[in-house]
Design a protein around this ligand. Sequence first.
Ligand code: HMG
Ligand code: MG
Length: 298
Amino acid sequence: DLPPRVRIHEVGARDGLQNEKTAVPTGVKAEFIRRLADAGLTTIEATSFVHPAWVPQLADAEELFPLVRDVGADLPVLVPNQRGLDRALALGATRVAVFASATESFAKANLNRTLDESLAVFEPVVRRAKDEGVHVRGYVSMCFGDPWEGAVAPQQVARVCTALRDMGCDELSLGDTIGVATPGHVRELLSLLNERGVPTPAIGVHFHDTYGQALANTLAALHHGVTTVDASAGGLGGCPYAKSATGNLATEDLVWMLHGLGIETGVDLGRLTATSVWMAEELGRPSPSRTVRALSHK
Ligand code: HMG
Ligand code: MG
């Protein structure tokens, strides 16, 4: 009951690099994205059109996007509001993502709005993007736990998910921002979403690996029929507005598991690992990915 193929939504260049203490030069980011595409990744989240003071690491979005537009992969970008959408559309982006929270605390910390205010901001953004023929992903953060509020009820997550679907989001991504989920919790949330009318093909999963559960959680989601999995090359990542977040599930760890299960990804693991080793050198510290370490120390 596992899918024959999984689409990896690569977030290293966005979720990964938004959290780096040092500013990564725009040219290095462009080279990273190009190498990810060469390794066979077909969906590469490129950057965010957010307020430059909130995420200075991605303040070069206008310079970066034109450098990578031709890499031959889909390049979704984050937009928090109309201003972000304007900036993305001006550069010809064809895929955008809005990002909501399942909790009030994180809506406030990440978007400076209450949860309902943030949904009200997204509504015209999604409508306009759809009118322009742009694909829209709706992220929901803190789907399993929140650093300020503790455990998060699946009903609370489902309310935000259905609101985003009703606005017209083509796909959702369930964020375990601080990496606290376990597989039973994942199954429970996915079942509830199906009961509330959200079909499994419209659901992606986005696990951070803080407690080492990301792969187990992914396997639970695959058994439920999920075929879109977010990961970051080399396990880069975190969230600057959620201190307890660490890196995402490493793309290499994910690919190792998927290929071992006979599930196609289109990714060349050797090329991808070489890319993460190169990026780790640029960042000046080793990749936390177990698979990167294993494959690069042979
Ligand atoms: P605000 O301060 O409330 O903004 O921030 P505002 O709407 O009051 O506007 C204030 C000024 O900012 C205005 O300028 C706007 O034009 C400007 P002024 O008129 O004063 O000169 N402004 C902008 N400028 C450029 N681009 C924009 C933009 N928007 C407003 N898009 C805001 C609200 C949403 C902008 C801010 O909170 C923000 O940028 N937040 C982004 C935070 C972020 O990027 N977090 C990380 C991504 S989410 C994540 O990592 C989780 C995820 O991975 C899933 C998971 O793991 O759970 C996706
Ligand atoms: Mg994230």
